[in-house]
Write a new protein. Sequence first.
Length: 320
Amino acid sequence: MKIKKMHIISLLYAALFVGTAYTAGQTFDLRLENLARFPFLGYTPEQTADSLEPMRPTAWPRNFRGTQTNALTYAEQLDSLFARAQAGDTVSIVHIGDSHVLGNYFPHAVEAVLQQAFPNLRFSYIGINGARAVRFTDDDMQARIAAHRPNLVIISFGTNEAHAGFDATAHRLVLSTLADAIRQRTPQTALLFTTPPGSYISVAGRRWRDRRRRWHTSYVHRENPKTRLVADNIRNYAHGQGLSLWDLFTLAGGQRFACENWRNAGMMNTDRIHYTAEGYNLQGTLLGEAIVQAYRKYLADQAARSGEHFQANQNEPTTE
């Protein structure tokens, strides 16, 4: 274990307690781990996979079909964030997006889960109703993001892109511009993209005339086919750049089942675009758990490497 400057200062302060305890005829085991008994000394022991609170994964609703195991792809791109969390340093996370984020149920659920794994978490969110990713490439939005000095930015867009004229090439350029703009201001920031959950569009149906010979049109909701195109584009961009991704659209059932799953579970709002509090809470909980699961794997891998390094040193021949 590396001893930082703050650890040395903590040891000096702790020595005062040892001296007091000694004169009183008491003993105290002066190890770094024991300094955690004195929070005001500012020492936080490094986390391990075993030190995290057990977490039972949240299951998809029973009536959901075609779901996949909840997990991130390219989770290793978050290692810089995980290293800070393991060391007990402050972890700053900013969640940006459209009205799904603005409504606060979604990001608050993410934060609630992450707080269990990251004791020194500083979580913020910035959502704009009707926003597309291009809005956050502007200087004013970039300044707001950078002001939080984030270690991770979660990027959740796609619903509004799917309800506008969609051009895959232009959309990919926007994603690239957004990622570059964030990393230009905060170069050490990790990025995590998410795909939209799915939505419906209103389509004109039957037309008829009443007794007064006035025309009427009925409208029906149909799954928005552009959601798959947008989700595919986000996924392809993230994978092509080796960036972390939480592919909610695919995990929740993909083109065939995602929208139907949310609707049948009663988790979609009446506009068939936004979600109920229950729906957003589930989405946020699942995203948070996917990040924590990746963090657990990171801690386990670090422990395994430390064990291998220790074993290698033990096997080295010694000379006298």
